[in-house]
Write a protein that binds this ligand. Structure first.
Ligand code: NAD
Length: 411
């Protein structure tokens, strides 16, 4: 099932639980605007290359639309659409004053030089500059893009509209980026895990964890779990998988990776078949890499008691059903990985105020937002006798529906 079908299915289920009016339901699903632009750049060798760029602006009932820009060869309009919709519910679950958007360019960033990437980003910005903005739509990095990409967008946008650091988040600190943004998604994942475990009278300390993905989200989550006394017993990434039943030395692994080492070559652990990673014995499983990794072929063999969806869409709907029947507790992506967009919101606030926060304040505010969202999701689960996924979806959809009705959507 593709991500658009799965997201729309969860939305419809939530709309039914909430008893939403059928016309409002339909209207909430349809994107506000879908932009498709052609971006032609001169390559370094003098030839011309054309790429297609997208921006889907899903909903702005609660505030400016917010979402990442992805550079990937398989950027496809359906997926951008699903991710834009997901951002609408995610920002509402987190209760930050934003709607949802997502964008991307179909390109292989690894095959383009830095100057080609800069030209491509500037052309894309020229084509969409009058449709994004501080109070309209605020992009951020996603797969294949980074703080430098945001710096180019900021610079190009500012040529048309004057200096506007708040037009993008995830910028370099020197251009108004927020302290704590780099770790924010992983830190949010850990705050979410703590909130969930507390419900069961447990804490991170003493539990065992398996993590798929050791990039931005996975490596920060691993470090913070390690700091709190959790035992990370297995980790996998694109290179393979490693395990150590006594707990992997995470600070040493971070050092190994930052020195150019490959995960599967890390000493002090044993390499094993990556196919076994997600079904490895543990208390808590954190998928922090790709979507769709838990499916009907492996779901029945999962041994974790808790799954924290740090990646977007790691569990397909069939696996969701199998795991729920087994009694596995799943903390859904639209809540679990919201830490990144929450700190993006703090970055935007700091830029608008022209007053930057220290890292302690960023982290403390992030914890407050994550705790409060969890309490509100649980409230929805109790009112509607539903799973955490439906608790999160009903919370987000209800907030957007209320804002839409208050603004007078039929007028
Ligand atoms: N970075 C954020 O702020 C953020 C926010 C919300 C959601 N997410 C989601 O979290 C996930 C990870 O994002 P990230 O920013 O850490 O990405 P990243 O590119 O920094 O890291 C991705 C990790 O996944 C691993 N990986 C790739 N293919 C794999 C495979 N076939 N098997 C096992 N591991 C594989 C890579 O080796 C790497 O360790 C994505 O689903 C992303 O959409 C990220």
């Amino acid at each position: 099932m593709n991500s658009l079908v799965a997201t729309s299915r969860n939305f419809r289920k939530a709309a039914r639980i909430l008893g939403l009016d059928a016309k409002l339901e339909k209207s909430l699903l349809i994107p506000f605007r879908e932009i498709k632009v052609e971006c032609t750049i001169p390559k370094d060798d003098g030839s011309l290359a054309s790429f297609v760029g997208f921006r889907v602006q899903h909903d702005n009932a609660r505030g400016p639309m917010k979402g990442g820009i992805r550079y990937h060869p398989e950027v496809d309009p359906d997926e951008v659409n699903a991710l834009a919709q997901l951002m609408t519910w995610k920002t509402a679950v987190a209760d930050i004053p934003y709607g949802g958007a997502k964008g991307g360019i179909g390109c292989a960033p690894g095959e383009l030089s830095n100057s080609e990437l800069e030209r491509l980003t500037r052309i894309f910005t020229q084509k969409i500059h009058d449709l994004i903005g501080i109070h309209t739509d605020v992009p951020a990095p996603d797969m294949g893009t980074n703080a430098q990409t945001m710096a180019w967008i900021l610079d190009e946008y500012s040529k048309f509209h004057g200096y506007s650091p708040a037009v993008v988040t995830g910028k370099p600190i020197d251009l108004g980026g927020s302290l704590g943004r780099d770790a924010a998604t992983g830190r949010g994942v850990v705050f979410a895990t703590e909130a969930l475990l507390a419900e069961y009278g447990k804490s991170i300390s003493g539990l065992t964890f398996v993590i798929q993905g050791f990039g931005n989200v996975g490596s920060w989550a691993a470090q913070l779990i390690h700091e709190r006394g959790g035992k990370v017993i297995a980790i996998g990434d694109v290179s393979g998988a490693i395990k150590n039943s006594n707990g992997i030395d995470i600070p040493a692994l971070v050092k190994h990776k930052s020195g150019g080492g490959v995960l599967k070559d890390f000493r002090g652990s044993d390499a094993f078949d990556p196919k076994e990673l997600l079904v490895h014995e543990c208390d808590v499983l954190l998928p922090c890499a790709l979507g769709g990794v838990l499916h009907r072929e492996n779901a029945a063999d999962v041994k974790a008691k808790y799954i924290i969806e740090a990646a977007n869409h790691p569990t397909d709907p069939e696996a969701d059903e199998i795991l729920s029947k087994k009694g596995v507790v799943i903390l859904p992506d639209i809540y679990a990985n919201a830490g990144g967009v929450i700190v993006s919101y703090f970055e935007w606030v700091q830029n608008i105020q022209g007053f930057m926060w220290d890292e302690e304040k960023v982290n403390a505010e992030l914890q407050k937002y994550m705790r409060s969202a969890f309490k509100n999701i649980k409230g929805m689960c109790q009112s509607h006798d539903c799973s955490l996924r439906m608790g999160a979806f009903t919370l987000g959809v209800n907030r957007v529906a209320r804002a839409t009705m208050l603004r007078g959507w039929e007028g």
